[in-house]
Design a binder for this molecule. Structure first.
Ligand code: AMP
Ligand code: GLY
Length: 426
């Protein structure tokens, strides 16, 4: 069997690592991939948004299954393009990926189908948004409607900040067309939890929970990033929370999408906030989280290829989805200056220390091979160092030990990934 993976981050490396474990898979391709992925897959010089080129490659090379890791191609309709070419592909079609692609769409869906989320208003006109803000209570949350690399959310403490935010999103178009519309949302408080789930259009099976750390600095300070580290499971995702989400959020979302004529096949990532009034949806994503995938996939006991195929075939109900009774922590090693500006091209040392390990992994994000064949830094987030352990504390200790085994110039990581593990005990 031949599998093509679309994307180039730690998430796609974790997907490739899991795909490789399937004994039927004899060849993996990844477009465009990175240096780490190139150790297990043949990387192709085709960009994730070049749908026609990717589909032509998949046709010519008789690819049996394509797994799309990234949001941009999914929201842009890569799955429709592959299906039109008669190719098997795992991910939502364009009309379902809108769940992530438009915040206005997802908020309206939640309101219509009574899925718990923050109260909100949608605006196409900045003047109307400014008028509304005069009577809003603060803090308040402004969200660009479209994809904005996870940066289109502004939490505004007062009217002045909100006015500046409307200007940034809708008038200066800091996030481009993503800011043609805007959602203004009630500010919620509570713990955040990420729950990724497999869907086949009708059935949904949630995976184990995880928690991300979005800010660049220790103590949740500094700028928002794509994610500086994760742990799984979340100690705050109790059986009671799980039961509530199963009754009010997960299946209801899948049923709502089907009822709207937008059956969702692929991964729904529920960004949840555990508020004093119960769990509410912060956001939906239409793909694995990154770095959530790096702690969730290594704990999965099922074969990833088989589960993806069951989703495509509408047979997810037959899958007994299982996760190990252990824990995982991922610490992201980033380039100093991320998420603003940083240097690239530094050789990475110590990668060989992870060869063959079943409990410690280095998932590559921004890495490349230089002209001498050395693996060098090539992005802001460079590596996701992940370790398993029998519980969260052990996994965290193992992850921070593992981080010491690999290094590059200008590397930094947060030192408090998983601090919530201690807070859960208080
Ligand atoms: P999103 O891209 O919608 O997940 O938003 C990014 C981050 O902004 C979330 O992970 C939260 O930390 C924060 N956020 C988003 N919406 C709200 C809200 N309504 N109340 C409080 N914080 C929020
Ligand atoms: N780690 C957050 C995301 O993948 O959107």
């Amino acid at each position: 069997m031949k599998v093509l993976i679309v994307g180039s981050g730690g998430r796609e490396h974790a997907i490739a690592w899991a795909v490789k474990k399937n004994p039927k898979v004899d060849k993996i391709y990844c477009a465009p991939g990175n240096a780490g992925i190139s150790e297990i897959a043949e990387c192709l010089p085709i960009k994730a948004m070049e749908f026609d080129k990717l589909a032509a490659f998949a046709k010519e090379n008789a690819i049996d299954l394509t797994i799309v890791g990234m949001d941009d191609p999914l929201v842009g309709g890569i799955v429709d393009c592959f299906e039109e070419a008669g190719l098997r592909v795992f991910g939502p079609r364009k009309n379902a990926a809108i769940l992530e692609g438009s915040k206005a769409f997802s908020k309206e869906l939640m309101k219509k189908y009574n899925i718990p989320t923050a109260g909100y208003e949608t605006f196409d006109d900045p003047e109307k948004a400014l008028e509304f803000l005069k009577t809003a209570s603060f803090p308040t949350v402004l969200k660009a409607d479209g994809l904005a690399l996870g940066k289109g959310v502004l939490i505004c403490q007062n009217l002045e900040e909100a006015v500046a935010g409307v200007k940034e999103i809708m008038q200066d178009k800091k996030f481009g067309d993503a800011g043609n519309r805007m959602v203004i949302e009630e500010f919620m408080t509570g713990r955040e939890v990420s729950v990724l789930s497999f869907c086949d259009g009708k059935t949904i099976k949630p995976m184990t929970s995880a928690q991300d750390h979005k800010r660049a600095g220790d103590g949740d300070t500094g700028l928002n990033t794509g994610g500086m580290g994760t742990f799984s499971p979340s100690p705050f995702y109790t059986e009671e929370v799980d039961a509530f989400c199963k009754a009010n959020i997960y299946q209801r979302t899948v049923d709502a999408m089907a009822a709207e004529g937008r059956p969702f096949v692929g991964i729904i990532f529920f960004g949840l906030m555990l508020t004093p009034d119960g769990p509410k949806v912060l956001e939906y994503n239409c793909r694995f989280g990154d770095p959530e995938a790096q702690v969730v996939i290594p704990r999965m006991e099922n074969d990833l290829v088989e589960v993806c195929e069951a989703c495509i075939d509408g047979k997810l109900a037959d899958v007994d989805l299982k996760f190990a009774d252990n824990a995982a922590v991922c610490v992201v090693l980033a380039s100093d200056g991320y998420p603003v500006s940083y240097k690239k091209g530094f050789p990475i040392k110590g990668l060989e220390n992870f060869a063959g390990s079943e409990t410690e992994f280095v998932f590559h994000a921004g890495t490349a091979k230089n002209e001498n064949g050395e693996t060098v830094t090539n992005g802001g987030r460079v590596l996701g160092v992940t370790a398993l352990g029998e519980n969260l504390k052990a996994a965290r200790a193992n992850a921070y030990e593992a981080v010491k085994k690999v290094t590059f110039e200008n590397a930094f990581c947060r030192s408090d990934i998983g601090k919530a593990i201690d807070e859960a005990e208080m």
